[in-house]
Design a protein around this ligand. Structure first.
Ligand SMILES: Nc1ncnc2c1ncn2[C@@H]1O[C@H](COP(=O)(O)OP(=O)(O)OP(=O)(O)O)[C@@H](O)[C@H]1O
Ligand SMILES: [Mg+2]
Length: 279
């Protein structure tokens, strides 16, 4: 299907540099897991790959089979085969779930062409069944009032319908109960056909118990600081990230360092919520 190549990618939002030299190549058929502590740039990377207008790419390249992705609109990127399952999917009251997906599918065809309604319904029903979704969800407004887990399943429903060449799944496991995690895992595994590629952002080994990943990368300070295989996840699960920080020689892993101002410390120190949490 396609190879995604990211080289020395720098990106900023509101003049704040978030990505600071990301290098990553995902070849056709490969599954890469991206891990890393909170606030290290993982979701930003996903947004920049899809062309979110809020982020400015200041340096570096992203190519899909050698074609410059940065020149494409988000719409063109989707048509080229890129797909993002968001960490926090948007609610869109007024647009039904099935209409949204049908529109997205039609947009990927040549002008004037439409998906056959019969084929669409058949494929849709099958996907709903495979994802063990409540039958009314497809006909409700997109994500409107969906539970956290239902939203996540719905992202995978969209992926099943759109059949992207490269799927980016941002914390698809967060908020899923154990049965739902299994179902989502089965659905993703079924789509790992040796041609489609995946970039899975996750915090936990348990997702990788259900979905096989070829490579694992750790992001800190807006770039990939360590890469390995699934053994790396086991070490992280057991020992956390401190050993990687030590190895890389950094103290604060986040993109935006914490403000260690003394006054702020005092405010935080006397914060009632914090006190309650520390009890
Ligand atoms: N639109 C934005 N405006 C301001 N800051 C932003 C924006 N987008 C990202 N950031 C900042 O960039 C940093 C990285 O954010 P990002 O969402 O990429 O982290 P992450 O690695 O996905 O974290 P998590 O594991 O918590 O999801 C954070 O400090 C975040 O506040
Ligand atoms: Mg994130």
């Amino acid at each position: 299907m396609a190879t995604l190549e990211i080289k020395n990618l720098h990106a900023k939002v509101d003049d704040q540099e978030i990505l600071k030299g990301v290098n990553l190549t995902i070849e056709e058929g490969q599954t890469h897991a991206i891990m890393g502590p909170n606030g290290t740039g993982k979701s930003t990377l996903a947004s920049v790959i899809m062309g979110h207008p809020r982020y400015d790419v200041t340096e570096g390249t992203i190519t899909l089979d050698g074609v410059n992705v940065l020149d494409m609109s988000t719409d063109e990127r989707a048509r080229a085969g890129l797909f993002l399952a968001m960490q926090a999917p948007q609610e869109v009251p007024g647009v039904t779930n099935s209409d949204f997906i049908k529109t997205a599918m039609n947009a990927r065809l040549d002008e004037g062409e439409n998906v056959s309604l019969f084929k669409f319904i058949k494929k849709f029903d099958q996907a709903v069944e495979k994802l063990k979704m409540r039958e009314d969800l497809p006909h409700r407004f997109l994500n409107d009032g969906f539970s956290g887990g239902e939203k996540k399943r719905n992202e995978i429903l969209q992926m099943r319908m759109l059949e992207p060449a490269i799927a980016i799944l941002d914390e698809i496991d967060s908020g899923l109960d154990i049965d739902a995690l299994k179902t989502v895992g089965q659905n993703v595994t079924e789509m790992q056909d040796g041609k489609r590629s995946f970039m899975m952002i996750t915090h936990y080994q348990r997702l990788l118990d259900y979905i096989k990943a070829d490579y694992v990368h750790v992001m800190m300070q807006g770039r990939i600081v360590k890469s390995g295989t699934v053994d790396l996840v086991r070490s992280i699960d057991e020992n956390g990230y401190d050993w990687i920080k030590e190895e890389v020689g950094i103290q604060d892993e986040r993109v935006v360092p914490q403000n260690d101002d003394a006054d702020e410390q005092t405010v935080l120190g006397s914060c009632a919520t914090r006190e309650a949490m520390e009890k």
